[in-house]
Ligand binder design. Structure first.
Ligand code: DI6
Ligand code: FE
Length: 406
């Protein structure tokens, strides 16, 4: 008697780059069986058990990778800042622009003024190119509203994007992103609002999956971040932190102390930060788009992260000021060329380690039995290094989200 497995769909005839443990772990001429949105079997076609499927897809070469995960974006915002881009190229620094009330604050004005539907309409065309190149899971932060109502509005728009598109959206409350102008000179009062009102309300409404803050001289101090983290913990939400982007304030060690999912940017992180992050399992999220746009010269300490075993993720940081990035694949290339990651590390950075930066490593980020059937079929590629190699363009691909062709 043979016991036959039945599943919704079975794809076979491509090499499967599983990214198990953050390594390629390629299955040659593989097959992948999916049922109810999850992977129920994968391996070499030659060793496939008896499996029947409602839908059979026979492939002719190419590679399959996990769906890409963009674990740090500010994709929902009003307006754009191409004018500031031009100013910066004329020699004005990011800090000077911020001090003149431009920078983040100009986006705050445009975001406050926009209706929810308008914000949705503006975010959509920024999201579509990411979807087209294989993103199946994305994190979206608030942080351009900086009032209770407008922060909740941003988070609702992010949730709405996840509800209407075949895509998983994780939301992060970044109310402690910048000091709103009406609180000038009273930053502790604003942190009171964040801790006592915005975080608890966002959590109670089920609108936030995590809490983030910007720890920097031009934003909030480590002491203020400590308060934000305490409020997050009280609300039962995990934390993340923008840390060591422009200066070394010890934010990443602080984040590790709070078992943060990730510390992000990290150009100025030290060996002690790397050790603290390794011990806490805090992911280092590297953002080459912002580094490139700001024409930074100090690279994040990739060698120290390797030495201490800190997992590295790569993200777009898609935002109107420092990283107007609409391609995660370009970030894979830039993580290699600018930060010297290997193509394998960079691919892990947009799959398994990005999933870990969102607390999703048990269910997302690699192709393994029991995990979500989120993957990308790159029909013209022979080796995953090509994902890091080609610059620009659109590599032909088919995206499968929850077992369904998108
Ligand atoms: N770091 C960044 O690079 C972005 N936010 C942050 O905390 C910049 C956001 C902006 O300039 O609009
Ligand atoms: Fe950011």
């Amino acid at each position: 008697m043979t016991s036959e497995i039945h599943c919704d769909s079975l794809w076979r005839g491509a090499d499967i780059v599983t990214m198990r443990d953050g390594r390629y772990h390629i299955i040659s001429n593989g097959a992948i069986a999916m049922h109810a949105g999850k992977i129920i079997w994968l391996g070499e076609q030659a060793s496939m058990p008896a499996i029947t499927a409602t839908r059979n897809v026979q492939l002719d070469g190419g590679i399959i990778t996990p769906g890409l995960v963009d674990c740090h974006t500010h994709l929902v915002f009003g307006g754009d800042r191409s004018g500031e881009f031009e100013q910066r190229l004329n020699g004005v620094s990011y800090a000077e622009i911020a001090a003149q009330g431009g920078g983040i604050i100009s986006t705050v004005k445009a975001t406050r003024d926009a209706e929810e539907l308008d914000l949705l309409g503006q975010a959509l065309p920024r999201l579509l190119p990411l979807l087209a190149e294989g993103v199946t899971c994305i994190e979206i932060k608030s942080g351009y509203g900086l009032t209770l109502d407008s922060e909740l509005k941003m988070l609702r728009v992010a949730r709405e994007l996840g509800a209407t598109l075949p895509l998983e959206v994780k939301t992060t409350c970044l109310a402690a992103h910048a000091l709103p102008p009406e609180y000038a000179g009273r930053s502790d009062d604003y942190i009171d609002l964040v801790c006592n009102t915005i975080i608890p309300e966002a959590a109670a409404a089920g609108l936030a999956d995590a809490v983030d803050a910007f720890c920097e001289h031009l934003a909030f101090s480590p002491e203020q971040v400590e308060r934000v983290f305490a409020a997050a913990e009280k609300a039962g939400l995990p934390v993340k932190l923008h840390a060591e982007q422009l200066s070394a304030l010890g934010g990443s060690t602080l984040a590790a102390r709070h078992h943060a999912l990730s510390a992000d940017h990290l150009e100025y992180a030290t060996e002690q930060d790397a050790m603290a992050m390794a011990a806490a399992g805090t992911v280092a999220v590297l953002l080459p788009g912002a580094y490139y746009m700001l024409r930074e010269t100090q690279c994040p300490p990739v060698e120290l992260f390797r030495k201490h075993g800190v997992k590295m993720a790569i993200a777009s940081d898609a935002n109107p000021g420092t990283s107007p990035v609409l391609s995660l694949r370009l970030m894979i290339n830039m993580a290699c060329t600018l930060f010297r990651l290997t193509p394998e590390e960079a691919l892990a950075g947009v799959t398994l380690h990005a999933a870990k930066a969102l607390g999703l490593q048990e269910t997302h980020g690699s192709l393994e039995v029991g995990k979500m059937a989120d993957f990308v079929y790159w029909q013209q590629l022979e080796h995953p290094a090509e994902l890091a190699y080609w610059l620009g363009g659109q590599l032909p691909c088919k995206v499968i989200f929850r077992g369904e062709l998108r």
